[in-house]
Design a protein. Sequence first.
Length: 86
Amino acid sequence: MSDFQRNLFDQIQKKSNVSPDEIFKVADSVKSADLSDEKTIRNLVRQLSRMANKPVSKEKEDKIVKAIINQNMPLDMNSLNQLFKK
């Protein structure tokens, strides 16, 4: 793992208390997940919310699910932050 990656995971763990191992487990589960299935996406959003101990409102969950199903997820950090802050 590069210094950049290690630093990124350290920052994530400090802010969310989610370990790199937990992140990799979720990433592995997403590899085989059907991201066109609403139920699968909702379960993933809820799982991540619990892991990070950050509640996600129904409205925010709906926006995230819609963005993923429509393959309309922003790729830059500023746009992602805006999606999750709303």
